[in-house]
Design a protein around this ligand. Structure first.
Ligand SMILES: O=C(O)[C@@H](COP(=O)(O)O)OP(=O)(O)O
Length: 258
């Protein structure tokens, strides 16, 4: 029987989602459309009668901004929001800033799909010569993490995302849920995929087929052991959701930029 409701959310569309560039640890704000998506998500959750006790976000603006907009649209601005780098998007290493469609043209669509969706492939690491290295690693936010800056990742597979996310899940989020709190996690495509893999025990092969669209809340109903009691539900208009998933998948199709 369902005992707990957990809501996962990939933030609304960010500026680089729109430009089809790997954004990852670069701190981009929501696009105009992303703001609308987050507000719409809040309205939908309000209509469904959701009441949150606690919200978790990454330390990237697009996930924080999404949480604010959702809570505002729900009239639940007072709900405490906790932030952790452990919910950050997967670190895409040297791919950060590159255009997916151009990468597919250069390296092939299969390779790009492996980089984006496989469980254990780590992209090439970022180094000091990368145009976004300094912007990321000199950012004050990364002095506030529970690991020293030199030990923060330089690239991550989905497996490595799960490894850094689990201490937060096991040590902080899961105990809150067990205590009866209704939690919203406003995070990223791959940090949400990693958590879903863990909760639903999705195999390394099957996780390749899970893609999450922006701004669509995912409801996971859990039993007292935090095991899902039914398939996850992506809330909202199902035809629109399927079209949005396809759009994210198609970002990895080969195309020269115009
Ligand atoms: O880093 C990015 O650009 C996307 C994910 O990219 P894909 O894994 O879909 O290529 O993350 P998000 O928009 O959820 O923060």
């Amino acid at each position: 029987m369902s005992k707990h409701k957990l809501f996962l959310l990939r933030h609304g569309e960010g500026a680089w989602n729109k430009e089809n560039r790997f954004c990852s640890w670069v701190d981009q704000k929501l696009s105009e459309n992303g703001v609308k998506e987050a507000q719409e998500c809040g309205r939908l959750l309000k209509e469904q009668g959701c009441k949150f006790d606690l919200v978790f976000t990454s330390i990237l603006s697009r996930s924080v901004q999404t949480a604010w907009l959702v809570l505002e649209a729900m009239g639940q601005e007072w709900v405490p929001v906790a932030k952790s780098w452990r919910l950050n998007e997967r670190h895409y290493g040297s791919l950060i800033g590159l255009n997916r469609a151009e990468m597919a043209l250069q390296h092939g669509e299969e390779k790009v799909k492996l980089w984006r969706r496989s469980f254990d492939m780590t992209p090439p690491p970022i180094d000091e010569s990368h145009p976004y290295f300094l912007e990321i690693y000199s950012d004050h936010r990364y002095t506030t993490c529970d690991v020293p800056r030199e030990r923060l990742p330089r690239a991550e597979s989905l497996k490595e995302v799960l490894d850094r996310l689990l201490p937060l899940w096991n040590g902080t989020i899961a105990p809150e849920i067990r205590n009866g709190r209704t939690v919203l996690i406003s995070a990223h495509g791959n940090s949400c995929r990693a958590l879903l893999k863990h909760l639903e025990d999705i195999s390394d092969e099957d996780i390749v087929n899970l893609t999450l669209p922006t701004g669509i809340p995912v409801l996971v109903e859990l039993d007292e052991n935090l095991k899902p009691v039914k398939p996850r539900q992506l809330l909202g208009d199902q035809a629109r959701i399927q079209a949005a998933i396809k759009k994210v998948e198609d970002q990895g199709k080969a195309k020269a930029s115009s």
